[in-house]
Write a protein that binds this ligand. Structure first.
Ligand SMILES: Nc1ncnc2c1ncn2[C@@H]1O[C@H](COP(=O)(O)OP(=O)(O)OP(=O)(O)O)[C@@H](O)[C@H]1O
Ligand SMILES: [Mg+2]
Length: 309
């Protein structure tokens, strides 16, 4: 057994069987607050993802809304279903997914030959060569470092389609790819949206400003869908840091209106996220019983209904 295989940690199992968030067809805003219960909105027009491989981009130009958490926990939830999952860190910030999710680099790979997403953009390696086993079984990461920002300033031409080219033209055995974007609608995010089939939009359930942000995202997505990627659709909105409140109910209902064909998934608050980050563990591994983990499990189950290995 190779060293990397020996060290991987099994992803803790699914919690789909537990009773938690209901599945509803529309967000209830008419009933009195005390009777109201949050649920996952599954509109009639929503179609689960059944064909693999699948490429999903997590995007919202607002910072700190839960993009990286959504990428990581959803990836863990898919891995728990036995799927082979690749996460791509497309955010040049230092404190991003690459700092949180530990890679098991092959023991015989010299440090100066480690690849990153920047190398893929500048055609110095294939996407497969920049994809590394992480400490979790079935979970792989394409890391990035601050030099990724040079893609936006120094890339000659065609970088908007670069990721799409590598994702769809290269042979590999990955089932689901999830791309984590930074807090902007700049070229790196655009190139993730050009590569993806599904967009996942995290918004903070307690921020009234996120409604305006969603309008800007809507416009960008409209342009990309018309000009560059007709197959793109918003598959889900994740209401992160969710606690039951009148504001959360209003935001959930506005999001369901803004993205009428998408799932709306409340992701309940967990105070352990900071500790999980500090110990460089997924929340699912650090606090397996966190409601946040359960909510991502349920969201993953509806997104990819019936798909598992
Ligand atoms: N369900 C939740 N419960 C508690 N806190 C949450 C939850 N979701 C997100 N947060 C908080 O929001 C913080 C930011 O999350 P995250 O880093 O995923 O956002 P981001 O959108 O990726 O940020 P950036 O735009 O800077 O990349 C987390 O560290 C956590 O403190
Ligand atoms: Mg982030």
């Amino acid at each position: 057994m190779r060293e990397t295989q020996a060290q991987t940690v099994q992803v803790s199992p699914l919690r789909d069987d537990l009773a938690f968030l209901d599945i509803v067809t529309e967000w209830d805003i008419a009933s009195g607050y005390h009777q109201w219960k949050a649920g996952i909105v599954v509109p009639d027009t929503f179609r689960p993802t059944v064909d693999l491989p699948r490429v999903m981009a997590v995007a919202n130009q607002k910072g700190g809304v839960g993009k990286t958490l959504t990428t990581f926990e959803l990836g863990m939830a898919f891995a728990a279903r036995g799927l082979r999952v690749r996460l791509i860190d497309a955010d040049p910030q230092v404190a991003s997914l690459t700092s949180w999710l530990r890679i098991l680099y092959p023991a015989d790979l010299p440090t100066d030959q480690r690849r990153s997403l920047t190398d893929v953009y500048f055609d110095r390696c294939t996407l497969k060569e920049a994809t590394y086993q992480t400490i979790y079984e079935n979970l792989f990461l394409v890391p990035s470092f601050p030099d990724l920002a040079t893609v936006e300033t120094e890339h000659p031409t065609g970088y908007e389609t670069c990721l799409r080219f590598h994702l769809w033209e290269e042979e590999d055995d990955v089932d689901v790819t999830i791309i984590d974007s930074g807090p902007s609608l700049g070229s790196l995010t655009v190139s993730a949206l050009v590569a993806a089939r599904d967009v996942l939009v995290p918004v903070q359930a307690a921020s009234g400003l996120d409604i305006e942000g969603a309008a800007a995202l809507h416009q960008t997505l409209g342009t990309i869908t018309t000009r560059m990627n007709r197959g793109l659709r918003v598959a889900a909105v994740f209401l992160t840091d969710f606690t039951r409140s009148k504001l959360a109910r209003t935001i959930g209902s506005e999001m369901a209106k803004a993205f009428p064909d998408a799932l709306v998934v409340p992701v309940r608050t967990c105070v352990e996220i900071g500790n999980a980050q500090l110990s460089k563990q997924a929340l699912r591994a650090h606090t397996p019983d966190a409601t946040t983990t359960l909510d991502y499990d349920r969201g993953a189950g509806v997104l990819l209904r019936g798909v598992s290995r």
